[in-house]
Write a protein that binds this ligand. Sequence first.
Ligand SMILES: *[C@@H]1O[C@H](CO)[C@@H](O)[C@H](O)[C@H]1NC(C)=O
Ligand SMILES: *[C@@H]1O[C@H](CO)[C@@H](O)[C@H](O)[C@H]1NC(C)=O
Ligand SMILES: *[C@@H]1O[C@H](CO)[C@@H](O)[C@H](O)[C@H]1NC(C)=O
Ligand SMILES: *[C@@H]1O[C@H](CO)[C@@H](O)[C@H](O)[C@H]1NC(C)=O
Ligand SMILES: *[C@@H]1O[C@H](CO)[C@@H](O)[C@H](O)[C@H]1NC(C)=O
Ligand SMILES: *[C@@H]1O[C@H](CO)[C@@H](O)[C@H](O)[C@H]1NC(C)=O
Ligand SMILES: *[C@@H]1O[C@H](CO)[C@@H](O)[C@H](O)[C@H]1NC(C)=O
Ligand SMILES: *[C@@H]1O[C@H](CO)[C@@H](O)[C@H](O)[C@H]1NC(C)=O
Ligand SMILES: *[C@@H]1O[C@H](CO)[C@@H](O)[C@H](O)[C@H]1NC(C)=O
Ligand SMILES: *[C@@H]1O[C@H](CO)[C@@H](O)[C@H](O)[C@H]1NC(C)=O
Ligand SMILES: *[C@@H]1O[C@H](CO)[C@@H](O)[C@H](O)[C@H]1NC(C)=O
Ligand SMILES: *[C@@H]1O[C@H](CO)[C@@H](O)[C@H](O)[C@H]1NC(C)=O
Length: 731
Amino acid sequence: MILIIQLLLIMPSKTNVAAESAADPMAECPGSCGGVPIPYPFGIGPNCSMQGFELTCNTNNNGTYGLFLGSFPILNINLSLGEALINMPISYQCYNDTTKMYDYVDWWMDLDISHFRFNHQKNKFTVIGCSTVLAVVNFTNSHDSYLGGCVAGCDSVESLIDGSCSGIGCCQTSIPQGTNQIEFWFNNNLTKTEVYSFSRCDYAMITVGDEFTFNTSYITSDLLLKHNMSAVIDWFITNTSCETAKTNISSFACISDNSVCVNSTSGAGYFCNCSNGYQGNPYRKGGCQDIDECSNNNPCSTPAKCRNFEGWYQCYCPFGWRKKHDNSGQCELNLALVIGTCAGIVVLSFLVLSTYIVYEKRKLSKVEEKYFQEHGGRILLEKIQTDQVFGFTIFTKQQVEQATNNFDSANIIGHGGQGTVYRGTLRDQMVAIKKCKVVDERKKKEFGKEMLILSQINHKNIVKLLGCCLEVEVPMLVYEFIPNGTLFHYIHEKIQGSQISLSTRLKIAHESAEALSYLHFSASPSIFHGDVKSLNILLDQNYTAKVSDFGASLLSPTDEVQFVTLVQGTCGYLDPEYIQSCHLTDKSDVYSFGVILLELLTSKPVIDFDVPEEKRSLSSCFLSAMKEKKIEELLDDEIKNEDDMEVIMQVAELAKECLNMKGDERPTMKEVAEELDRIRKLKQHPWGQEYHPEETETLLGQASYGIIELDQHSGYFSLEKKARKGIASGR
Ligand SMILES: *[C@@H]1O[C@H](CO)[C@@H](O)[C@H](O)[C@H]1NC(C)=O
Ligand SMILES: *[C@@H]1O[C@H](CO)[C@@H](O)[C@H](O)[C@H]1NC(C)=O
Ligand SMILES: *[C@@H]1O[C@H](CO)[C@@H](O)[C@H](O)[C@H]1NC(C)=O
Ligand SMILES: *[C@@H]1O[C@H](CO)[C@@H](O)[C@H](O)[C@H]1NC(C)=O
Ligand SMILES: *[C@@H]1O[C@H](CO)[C@@H](O)[C@H](O)[C@H]1NC(C)=O
Ligand SMILES: *[C@@H]1O[C@H](CO)[C@@H](O)[C@H](O)[C@H]1NC(C)=O
Ligand SMILES: *[C@@H]1O[C@H](CO)[C@@H](O)[C@H](O)[C@H]1NC(C)=O
Ligand SMILES: *[C@@H]1O[C@H](CO)[C@@H](O)[C@H](O)[C@H]1NC(C)=O
Ligand SMILES: *[C@@H]1O[C@H](CO)[C@@H](O)[C@H](O)[C@H]1NC(C)=O
Ligand SMILES: *[C@@H]1O[C@H](CO)[C@@H](O)[C@H](O)[C@H]1NC(C)=O
Ligand SMILES: *[C@@H]1O[C@H](CO)[C@@H](O)[C@H](O)[C@H]1NC(C)=O
Ligand SMILES: *[C@@H]1O[C@H](CO)[C@@H](O)[C@H](O)[C@H]1NC(C)=O
């Protein structure tokens, strides 16, 4: 029984479709069949394909679903290679030992000579069998011509080798270029009796050489028939070369821009491709589109970056890298640039940062500068620069904060009427830092000036102002630190059992008077303290008096109408005249000092709230006691001593003068200081005991004392005045 099946590519009768249909966008044409995409020039249905490339879908005589080129199932169409993969049938013959005949299945394969060839590079003729001679024949109507042949033989199953196709059970040979017709002829003269037991059939087919591997079971069973064999066919638009095709522009198929013509590997015709860098369908207008090489996976080796252009792309090195000199397209670090840039960035950010810091500082220092100006800092600073004020420093806010441990309340050593006083260490020196309370407008303007004057005061009985800090909201004053507290505490809160001798009291009184006298007469301009009280007289280890707290002070008015609007001072010490007139004079200080003298004499509080109202004020008690000559009752028991009575009485007399209701009639501070000096010396060297001829002033003082003794209540004051005038005119 011989079965010969013809496989044909039937040439279409319509020949004029191709060019025109190619121009039309074929929206209604099926794009794929059975999962196989159909690119133009292939197509299904009328006007969907180029002439010679019509395919069918789902229709063959066996009812198998799929895409067909004639009777060949199409597995894949490759546009850029001009290839298609088709399913190939297997031809075979099997020996029937009973009939001593062969049964045949022999395929006769014919491709449309105008458009298709068997690919001679990828395909192989393959024969499988143990006693087989195959002839491959190019048949024509006129005469057949042999295309090739192959012999496969074996004597036992054992001789077969899996995967080896070199003549033992399997033989392969190449296909000549340009083949479009094939028929396999088996030699059926060979005797099969020796191999019949294990190899009854011989097979012949076209295989894609790379994909076929021989399996010994193909000999011993009909396993091979269950495999689909495929072959690669070349297709081309016409059977002319590119050069020839281009001469006829109207029929030339590569119509897209950026398309190129390619000679088919079969050597028989041409097909089209998109130019490098483009993809799409070269057979359609505008079919070739630029490939964005950069969009998917970067074709440039990292760290190179990719930039797409129409038809090409460029790899370029990112910032800080440069192309290697070896043209490999790779990038290497451009160290100089990187370092330069880094340095630039560092410098730039440094600049930005420092500008910012400077700006912030400016903002802050503007505030500080404002305070500085408000507090008269400019005047002070200029003075300091021009006049060379030694020992006075303008401290920065930071220094002051550091010194007081950020104004730690543990460092507070006193709350005054004018502010809070902190202990601190500045430049290894103990200091007292006074943080003023909010100052009024007048003070703000005058502050710098006053401070300058205070800073110039250098008197051993006045607390030295070392400096100030003006950069803060309220000014801060830095004083020398006086360790032993105030006179007030010394008198009124003295340690049990300790006594304060009369001479210590006189020393303190005298030194305080000297200080005030200096302020009134030696300072230029004069300074009126305004708040003289025992709390404002500090004592050092040697009980040296140090007048402090100039918060209420007033520079002697240059302009007579200048008055203080607010009477400052402390109850009990306040000059009654000052209360009425609101006019602070040097005599107001004298009055207050008189009260201090009373404190020193009596050790009694200036205002005693524990006694009836008429006896509350120490000064009025004292004045009435003086009138009634009962002064002794008031005196502190510690100093009541018959020997000192004269001295005490003189101090009391001086205090009475100081407490005169009329300011004009009070002695000046200078007179008070001189009188106290005289009294001190009298205490140290009572009349007649010691005589120092060189102490002329003392002599004068003592002489006047003698007169006072004679006329205690009338002559004393007038004589003192005369003595003072005498001294004054003598200078
Ligand atoms: C195919 O194209 C021709 C020529 O343009 C046209 O006459 C014919 O109607 C088209 N056929 C279909 C099915 O579109
Ligand atoms: C088509 O059908 C016939 C029997 O009708 C069968 O012998 C042949 O192998 C089939 N061909 C294909 C390609 O399936
Ligand atoms: C065509 O062949 C090329 C090269 O082998 C391949 O890259 C491409 O994917 C193939 N196209 C199709 C549709 O199989
Ligand atoms: C050989 O041929 C005979 C007669 O036609 C048939 O009966 C038998 O089945 C065949 N043997 C084989 C193995 O095909
Ligand atoms: C090209 O094909 C045509 C038929 O379509 C044929 O007549 C002609 O001889 C062929 N030319 C070549 C060079 O193969
Ligand atoms: C096959 O035969 C035809 C006609 O004789 C011829 O044109 C063609 O070149 C032959 N093919 C091969 C591969 O020899
Ligand atoms: C087969 O043998 C016959 C006679 O023995 C011979 O005429 C014929 O050419 C041979 N066929 C082949 C293909 O060798
Ligand atoms: C040969 O075929 C058999 C049966 O399908 C399979 O088990 C074996 O792995 C195959 N051998 C090779 C080398 O492919
Ligand atoms: C062979 O091809 C047919 C149709 O193309 C398919 O249905 C079948 O599964 C294939 N067989 C193998 C083993 O690939
Ligand atoms: C195509 O083939 C012809 C000759 O067969 C040759 O002259 C021509 O250069 C080829 N063209 C290309 C683009 O390969
Ligand atoms: C006062 O100074 C003396 C030393 O002169 C010292 O012993 C005493 O503790 C000090 N008192 C105070 C309260 O500082
Ligand atoms: C206290 O007096 C002593 C002795 O006169 C002297 O050395 C010392 O420096 C004085 N202290 C102060 C703080 O003035």
